[in-house]
Ligand binder design. Sequence first.
Ligand code: CA
Length: 217
Amino acid sequence: MRILVVEDEPRLLRSLAKALREEGYAVDTAEAGDDGWFKASTYDYDAIVLDIMLPGLNGWELLERLRQRKQTPVLLLTARDATPDRVRGLDLGADDYLVKPFDLSELLARLRAVIRRAVGRASSLIEVRDVIIDTRARSVMRAGRAVALTAREYAILEYLVLHRGEVVTRTALYEHLFDETDDTLSNLLDVHVFNIRKKLGADLVVTRRGQGYCVEH
Ligand code: CA
């Protein structure tokens, strides 16, 4: 999952990016509304964490422009606890909001929820044959036993499983799982898929030649 965080307070931005990366997300950042809009309109993020009060384009304006083109889930951050602001955000198409200061664990939970809703899932547990993926705990069980995946392997598996039944192209996987700070060595997709198959069964992730990967229904 690749997340864009648009926030002009450098310390908050850094700590959010760090926490999200520790959760296994790929994270891009923007400190101003214009840069945020450029990235949001250029890349296909799985969710955007968007501050309201920003230099340049503000959060409302960015959201309004975005909704004319994309349905990327948006979690608004607002320093104001005023109801009209929250109503305005939801009316403009925000999926959820958090009032600063917020708990990191709450932000992570709400982010997971907006991403799940965007792909039409209510539960954090996903079952594929004898494999159970817990997207809240970021853990995987196979035939009742815990299986240890690396952060990358987990991220790839989770993305494919959330888009179960669809063929996910290699390009889409790169775009959703690797961020602007990644080096090429971490991008060895085939190696990660090979390891996922070794740990969870050869037929869990199917290769569609020339198209991409698929977890079938
Ligand atoms: Ca701000």
